[in-house]
Design a protein around this ligand. Structure first.
Ligand code: UTP
Length: 289
């Protein structure tokens, strides 16, 4: 079954990137010339997703404005003959059919996904975390959708991380299936060192069957008093198994200060407008490091 719907949870408080995220959603923080969430919507669109639901919360209306038409600005650009920028601005609004829903209380990623129940209905759907930008030739969302079509099981994007990092993320119990593909039978959110199954963690993307909603409605609130998506996926993994795809792509955690810097440096170096000048500049300061 082709995956046509995606949910982008973008309602979190972004406490790790304060004060930047106090009045500006972290999902709107810019990587050179585009906000993080635009890269994510572009990835979904390139993966064949047609309908996107963005989960927002108080103070996130700039996300909606970004994907909306802007007649006054468009007219100004046209009158000034700035056709390239005009096209870029209008193209943003054509990427996908985007709708929004508010998470009234920020009670965790699982709670945010539950807000998408009516939108999703009875079909599998992709989830792209609103602060995880992943760049590469083959969109990661597409890599996961392909695995869902192949196996008919929920899919998570995974990567190996360090023992220190895994305690802040999730740990997968898995066995190899094929090249870069794994069967996952159990998982744990924010494990203590003795609870770690493996150093593979879910990073930013999954494709889920609609069964996830009834699980989310039945499980208790977990780590940090939040309804954890990982706790619901754990039930799914134990019930029928899930698939882990060790994806191709470079991930930037826009919810962390270092992740934002890495994204800006790497995208800035490969950007056609800034690449050359930025490389020259970096060379001048690199000797002083
Ligand atoms: P994070 O856990 O990274 O976001 O969630 P956070 O809670 O904003 O982070 P910190 O720890 O306070 O810095 C991953 C994605 O899920 C969304 C976030 O906006 C982010 O894009 N999210 C998280 C929600 O939509 N709702 C929530 O209740 C929690």
């Amino acid at each position: 079954m082709k995956i046509k719907k995606a949910v982008i949870p973008a309602a979190g408080l972004g406490t790790r990137v304060l004060p930047a995220s106090k009045a500006m959603p972290k999902e709107m923080l810019s990587i050179v010339d585009k906000p993080a969430i635009q890269y994510i919507v572009e990835e979904a669109a390139k993966s064949g997703i047609e309908d996107i639901l963005i989960i927002t919360s108080r103070g996130k209306t700039t996300v909606e404005d970004h994907f909306d038409r802007s007649p006054e600005l468009e007219k100004r650009l046209l009158d000034a003959g700035k056709i390239d920028v005009y096209n870029q601005i209008v193209d943003i609004t054509k990427l996908a059919n985007i709708t929004y829903t508010r998470q009234h209380e920020v009670k965790g990623l699982g709670h945010a996904i539950l807000c998408a129940k009516a939108f999703v209905g009875d079909e599998p759907f992709a989830v792209l975390y609103g602060d995880d930008v992943i760049l590469g030739e083959n969109p990661v969302c597409k890599q996961l959708c392909d695995a869902y079509e192949k196996y008919g099981l929920g899919v998570v994007g995974i990567k190996e991380v360090t023992l220190e990092q895994i305690q802040k993320y999730s740990s997968m119990k898995l066995e190899a299936l094929g090249e870069k593909q794994y069967k996952i039978t159990d998982m744990i959110e924010k494990p203590r060192p003795e609870q770690v199954f493996s150093l593979f963690s879910i990073l930013g993307r999954c494709v889920l069957p609609p069964r996830i909603f009834s699980i989310l409605e039945s499980i208790p609130y977990g780590y940090g008093g939040e309804l954890q998506l990982t706790d619901a996926m754990k039930v799914l993994a134990q019930e029928e198994g899930m698939i882990g795809v060790d994806f191709d792509g470079r991930r930037y955690d826009m919810g962390s200060k270092l992740g934002i810097l890495e994204a800006i440096v790497e995208v800035g170096l490969s950007h056609p407008e800034t690449g050359e000048g930025f490389r020259k500049y970096l060379k001048t300061i690199v000797d002083q490091l």
